[in-house]
Design a protein around this ligand. Structure first.
Ligand code: ACO
Length: 405
């Protein structure tokens, strides 16, 4: 634990007693060996390794191996894993026709959620969730195919032909290729952008029992297939209080528009009669700087410098950060910029449209979701998740026929 006392209340149910904790502010829903967060100190560890070291020295696929298998791979194992993932990047050709059922202006998250949920109808050979080998194969398929499906959703939404994955590119390069190549011209991948993309994937890879991961675990606890569980995670991630915050944050920066309008928006965020919140600020667990936000901030500057971009939105973001960090309201409530505050600016600089931001978060988080799903199913005596409720409705009463009401 992060220095907290733990009360194991498992036996209380049998005595007809249960805890009431809406929003799970003080309830651990499971044990896990994957990710550790100390929100007060701003620490994030994956399998014991600090996120800053992983983000600066590792790669998304190496981190994926670590999350899934528990240890960093040897060079040989990493090469084998990279080849396995590359081998699975293609999707069944029928998936291309499946897309045709969506209206062209459908949100890419709607397409990602729908197509991912349908993957079990294409891949029947790894649905025995009691078999660890099959569980791993479905995990590899999901990590490999999500970027392909995400890029297809984008291409479909802009009326361009789908671009097939290429085996000689890295995971991040391949994603950029599938997003931006057109039949007439292959996209030349800028290594600075590919590296920034890889960092974004890494910084979003896992974050213990957030809403979407808990959703995946709860869905999976009933024995549902992995593709359906990941679709459930995507649905949960979509909300603006969770993964949808990066899209909402960039839209907010655009709405603020210029540095001189920041005080007006900060005042609105503090006004309790106004539902407006500063998107990209605050976190349920971090009551300190989100360690991912620090890495993202540096990457953001690197990308803008490499591309020689002067983005007025970045000026707004930097000034908003400065003002909020000094404002007593934000200081008192420990509201710091979170990972989504900077990721949107980087994605915008790379040329990724706002509607794809949450899709990229979902792709990155898939490995975290599926690692938790696999960990849960590996446990002895794994139980279906079944929270209780505090009933606040009517006491028992007798039915009255309609003509007597
Ligand atoms: N702007 C203004 N006030 C805020 C903000 C914000 N962004 N976030 C929290 N507050 C205030 C709340 O109004 C509340 O004030 P009160 O105590 O006077 O009622 C207090 O801070 C605590 O907020 P809660 O909503 O109770 O905190 P909770 O832990 O439930 O919510 C959350 C965390 C959802 C992230 C919240 O901070 C928020 O809505 N932030 C903006 C959306 C966002 O950036 N989400 C991304 C999260 S990170 C991620 O998913 C990768």
């Amino acid at each position: 634990t992060a220095g907290n006392d733990v009360i194991d209340v498992r036996t209380l149910g049998a005595q007809g007693v249960f805890t009431y904790d809406p929003g799970f502010l003080a309830t651990a829903s499971c044990q896990s060996k994957i990710t550790f967060i100390d929100g007060a100190k701003g620490i994030l560890l994956h399998r014991g390794y600090p996120i800053e070291q992983l983000a600066n020295e590792s790669s998304y696929l190496e981190l994926s191996y670590l999350l899934l298998h528990g240890e960093l791979p040897s060079a040989e194992k990493l090469a084998e894993f990279e080849e396995t993932i590359t081998h699975h990047t293609m999707v069944h050709e029928k998936i291309a026709t499946f897309f045709q059922g969506f209206v062209v202006d459908a949100h890419p998250m709607a397409m990602l959620c729908g197509v991912t949920g349908a993957l079990s109808s294409f891949y029947h050979d790894d649905l025995d969730i009691t078999d660890p080998e099959q569980r791993k194969r479905s995990a590899y398929r999901l990590v490999a195919k999500l970027p392909t499906i995400a890029a297809m959703a984008y291409k479909y939404s802009i009326g361009q032909p789908f671009v097939y994955p290429r085996n000689n590119l890295s995971y991040s390069e391949n994603f950029l290729h599938m997003m931006f190549s057109v039949p007439a011209e292959e996209y030349k991948v800028n290594p600075v952008l590919a590296s920034a993309m890889d960092k974004i994937f890494m910084l979003h890879a896992d974050h213990e029992q957030n809403a979407s991961t808990s959703t995946v675990r709860l869905a999976g606890s009933s024995g549902a297939n992995p593709y359906a569980c990941i679709a459930a995670g995507i649905a949960s991630l979509w909300g603006p209080a969770h993964g949808g915050a990066n899209e909402a944050c960039l839209n907010m920066l655009k709405k603020i528009g210029s540095v001189d309008r920041i005080p007006e928006f900060v005042a609105r965020a503090k006004d309790k009669s106004d539902p407006f919140r500063l998107m990209g600020f605050g976190h349920r667990v971090y009551k300190n700087f989100d360690p991912r936000a620090k890495v993202m901030r540096d990457t953001c500057h690197e990308v803008l410098e490499a591309l020689n971009i002067k983005d007025p939105l970045l000026d707004v973001a930097m000034e908003l950060e400065r003002i909020a960090l000094e404002d007593p309201y934000f200081v008192e409530k420990k509201l710091y910029p979170n990972v989504d505050f900077y990721s949107g600016i980087i994605l915008k600089a790379i040329g990724i449209p706002t509607s794809m931001f949450t899709v990229i978060f979902a792709m990155s988080r898939t490995v975290g979701w599926i690692s938790h799903w696999d960990e849960m199913l590996s446990e002895e005596g794994q139980k279906i998740g079944r929270p209780r409720q505090l009933y606040t409705g009517e006491a028992q009463r007798d039915y009255v026929p309609a003509d007597k009401r």
